[in-house]
Design a protein around this ligand. Sequence first.
Ligand SMILES: [Zn+2]
Length: 240
Amino acid sequence: MNKHQHISQEQKKHSLISHISQKALRFTTAFCAAAMLACGVAYAAAPAASEAALPADAAGSTFTNVVVTAYDKNGFHSDDLIRIDALVHKTDISFAVISNKINAALEKQNHIPGGWPVESRIVSTEFNPTADPCISDGRKHYGMDISTKSQIIPIYATASGTVTTATFHPEFGYYVVIDHENGFTTLYAHCNELTVNAGDTIEKGDIIATTGSTGWSTGIHCHYEIQLNGVYQNPRDYLG
Ligand SMILES: [Zn+2]
């Protein structure tokens, strides 16, 4: 094999890996990312880097077998998986390489704010950065207030990251800021109690505080803000 062929083969391999990973990721995201992550030792061991690091049974597993066993018991999505598997078998791309790619992509996705920070869907004040008189009470508001009907309930991190602030502020009351290490930050204010400290590394879905009415607040709610590269975002666009 000459050099030219070698490079083109590598490029082909690279583009195939990316194709399979994207396809697998779409599949995973659409149906059950959590199940994918929980599908056993094989998958959990994959990020350890090389195939050699996988347990013997995992190294022998096909992508289809591992995934199907986890969450496709009824065979609804087997066709997709079998197609992915066929592509894998056409090349010398290893299961570990693809697993690593998918894990990396899922991890990246977990750092993007998504979902509601509390188990309540009562929005008492909408995002209104321009003080539009037609929105909520017409006052400038850089976040979204989610009322919890006077109940003190958990507040969850909407994405993974590092806590940069967990303290008291006269306006925000007890509040938490999380840096998601990709330009996104989220803020959760008027808390009753904080359960994290600055410097803590947290995963999406971790409890970071409980709802309260501390600071400038007239009722128990979570004031939730999202910024991207320092620009306030409408949390409505990230609720999933
Ligand atoms: Zn607010």
